[in-house]
Design a protein around this ligand. Structure first.
Ligand SMILES: Nc1ncnc2c1ncn2[C@@H]1O[C@H](COP(=O)(O)OP(=O)(O)OP(=O)(O)O)[C@@H](O)[C@H]1O
Length: 310
């Protein structure tokens, strides 16, 4: 595997003292979809803004294809396309001009064949003469991607690509991102939708409070955390979780009809027999049981909770 981005000991302290990044080490491999997951304010945007040269780091190093992002900025930046969180286009400009202009900003010679192919891949070709203001939200987002890819980069950053977007559009976006990957683009996206990372990513990094608290292959990460959830469907709904069960990692559903017990499937003892005995003693009847692998969401929530306890 070829490393396309290498980040070592990356730090950012904003003026005023906020430490947005506290020593992040991260390598991005060619051709992968990497999802950077984290709650609001965790440092995701700061991290990608540094790699894209919009924000200046205060410590550590970043290189893109071996080019240092500060001492060899142009060479590094040439490889990168960035789709920022906000849609930034001129409402009166046409799709074609918008995209062609972005290419020009990178000092690339005109290449109509490339832009035509790009617009076709993004199903924007029929709209090339439309003004930005005439486009639907989904099309505008695709133009943002076309703009980011106009100078032929091979790494694409997507900052919260589907924030505030409806389910259908989100699925279109996922499909498009997969298509770009199969065309050879390396993709780094930030998201706070766990579902998005679970659906799309080859690898996942979880960032919290400026630190990477988990990093790995999505599937491995999920297995390694080894968490499973046992759901117990109760005969009679409970009003509240019995105090006798409070010490355990167990939740009562909002309607009181189900108990969800989270356990470590790698541990010598999973605590299930004891739990079932306790339910018996408490006179809590159940009608069915299921177990499942904890989702990335459960893992994410437990990682973020671990931080609250500190
Ligand atoms: N220009 C700035 N000046 C000062 N502090 C900033 C600046 N930009 C971000 N921060 C702070 O740095 C921290 C990380 O912010 P960042 O935007 O990187 O987080 P994020 O994970 O991208 O969150 P979100 O999903 O809300 O965009 C936050 O505490 C934020 O308030």
């Amino acid at each position: 595997m070829m490393r396309v981005i290498e980040i070592a000991g990356l730090e950012k302290a904003y003026k005023g003292g906020t430490k947005a990044l506290k020593g992040v080490d991260l390598t991005i491999e060619k051709g992968e979809i990497f999802a950077l997951l984290g709650p609001n304010g965790a440092g995701k945007t700061t991290l990608i803004s540094i790699v894209c040269g919009i924000v200046t780091k205060t410590g550590g190093s970043v290189s893109v294809y071996g080019h240092d992002i500060e001492t060899a900025y142009r060479a590094a930046r040439d490889h990168i396309g960035l789709v920022p969180q906000e849609l930034t286009t001129d409402a009166f400009e046409t799709v074609w001009d918008t995209v062609a202009f972005s290419r020009g900003l990178f000092g690339k010679p005109r290449n109509d064949a490339y832009l035509e192919d790009l617009l076709k891949r993004l199903t924007l070709w029929d709209k090339r003469e439309a003004r930005m203001m005439e486009l639907s939200g989904g099309m505008k987002r695709r133009v943002m991607i076309a703009k980011a890819l106009a100078h032929e980069p091979d790494i694409l950053f997507l900052d919260e690509p589907t924030a505030g977007v409806d389910v259908e559009l989100r699925r279109d976006m996922w499909e498009l991102v997969r298509k770009l990957q199969s065309d050879g683009t390396t993709i780094i996206l930030t998201t706070h939708y766990i579902e998005e990372a679970e659906e799309m990513a080859d690898r996942v990094g979880v960032i919290r409070d400026g630190e990477l608290v988990a990093l790995g292959e999505k599937n491995e990460l999920m297995a390694q955390m080894g968490r499973r959830t046992l759901t117990i469907f109760l005969e009679q709904p409970l009003k509240a979780l019995p105090t006798a069960l409070e010490g355990r990692d167990i939740d009562l559903s909002d309607d009181g009809g189900e108990l969800a017990y989270h356990f470590d499937s790698n541990a010598a003892e999973n605590g299930i027999p004891q739990l079932m005995r306790q339910l018996d003693e408490l006179g809590i009847g159940w009608r069915d049981l299921t177990t499942r692998q904890s989702s990335l969401e459960d893992i994410f929530v437990s990682l973020v909770h671990a931080g609250d306890a500190k």
